[in-house]
Write a protein that binds this ligand. Structure first.
Ligand SMILES: Cc1cc2nc3c(=O)[nH]c(=O)nc-3n(C[C@H](O)[C@H](O)[C@H](O)COP(=O)(O)OP(=O)(O)OC[C@H]3O[C@@H](n4cnc5c(N)ncnc54)[C@H](O)[C@@H]3O)c2cc1C
Length: 327
């Protein structure tokens, strides 16, 4: 039986995990091609704060190093941004001009750091002002680690789990670390007021300064950040800002156009109902995991009649998820 080509856009935690599952259940049925915007193999994003605070190196958090893809017969195009999908021709296109035909397409493009509207956060060219960072990728970590070397006071915007981890890392690295948070207490999505007060004391005891009920309206500085302005008129001088104020889902606008124009026939729900007729899937880590289960059951039942000849993929221990967060 001729192999179908499965193209996976997004080489993050969901995309790579989905591919592992397909390999283990129906590896002989698909030629698998992956596109990832990041220039690495798949890594455990959940452990990024360990890289930031120096307790682990980037290599330590790799789940599927580049060798893994070759060993398992998966073609990975890393550092390639997929910008469009031609649904009629069943082809995806990348920013660098690559085209790849697919029989089945899985979109697992995850999210990016959300930068809330703040005057002066971006330069005229749309890039973040020097000293202002989102926090989502290994590249973000590298850039933060580089910039903090020449920073005295670092402000982290966002007092959720991610912000707390980032602020602690800045403290560990020797900066004067501040957290600026919109709500009245830290981690207000998870904790009540009393819990928030206990947490705040623990954070302050570490030496991190906490500012609550602060809406940041402006990032000061011509070419690089020199301070923040809040809605109440107060200001805070700083050399560096890490924004940990939530995430914004990708797909990019090009994808969004395609997805908007698509009939619901390719959605996760339909995928679960009618696996055989669906040729596109998308979703976050959770929904892709669910879809993979449904899909691989389907593949598994077909595999029974056509025994697998491909090598078993390298198994790895399950990822330890330290806390529950929306993806
Ligand atoms: C520091 C940190 C700590 C976290 N801690 C926890 C935790 O404790 N518990 C928890 O449950 N969750 C945690 N999360 C969230 C968790 O990492 C995400 O839920 C998970 O990574 C989502 O997986 P994903 O594959 O959907 O997206 P991602 O891991 O974001 O992967 C998507 C990939 O797709 C690529 N991509 C996007 N668009 C394109 C395109 N057009 N072309 C090619 N490639 C593209 C991106 O570059 C990225 O590599 C944490 C996140 C961070 C940043």
């Amino acid at each position: 039986m001729a192999k179908q080509k499965l193209v996976v856009v997004g080489n993050g935690m969901a995309g790579a995990r989905a591919v592992e599952e397909v390999l283990s259940r129906a590896g002989n049925q698909f030629e698998i091609v992956m596109f990832g915007n990041e220039p690495y193999g798949n890594y455990n994003r959940i452990l990024l704060s360990n890289v930031l605070n120096g307790s682990q190196g980037a290599d330590d958090i790799l789940i599927n190093p580049l060798d893994w893809y070759a060993e398992n017969g998966v073609t990975l195009h890393s550092g390639e941004l997929v910008v469009d999908i031609d649904r009629a021709a069943k082809v995806i296109l990348t920013e660098s001009g690559k085209r790849e035909h697919y029989d089945k397409l899985l979109i697992a493009t995850g999210s990016r750091a959300f930068i809330p509207p703040m005057t002066g956060a971006h330069l005229a060219n749309g890039m973040l002002k020097a000293g202002v960072f989102g926090y989502r990728t290994l590249d973000d970590c590298s850039a933060i680690l580089d910039y903090v070397k020449r920073s005295r006071r670092v402000v982290t915007i966002g007092g959720g789990l991610l912000g707390l981890e980032a602020a602690r890392a800045m403290m560990v690295l020797g900066a004067e670390s501040h957290i600026v948070h919109l709500a009245g207490h830290l981690m207000e999505m998870q904790l009540d007021v009393a819990g928030g007060a206990i947490l705040r004391k623990a954070i302050e005891d570490m030496g991190i300064l906490v500012h609550v009920k602060k809406l940041t309206t402006e990032v000061l500085g011509a070419d690089k950040v020199t301070g923040l302005v809040f809605k109440d008129g107060e200001t805070l001088d700083c050399d560096m800002v890490i924004v940990a104020a939530g995430i914004k889902p990708i797909p990019s606008s090009a994808f969004a156009r395609v997805l908007r124009s698509s009939a619901p026939s390719w959605s996760m729900i339909t995928c679960a109902r009618s696996t055989t007729r669906t040729s596109m899937w998308s979703g976050n880590a959770l929904s892709i995991a669910a879809a993979c289960t449904v899909w691989s059951r389907h593949c598994g039942s077909r595999a029974k009649s056509s025994p697998t000849t491909s090598p078993a993929p390298t198994r790895r221990p399950p990822i330890t998820v330290r806390s529950s967060r929306p993806s």
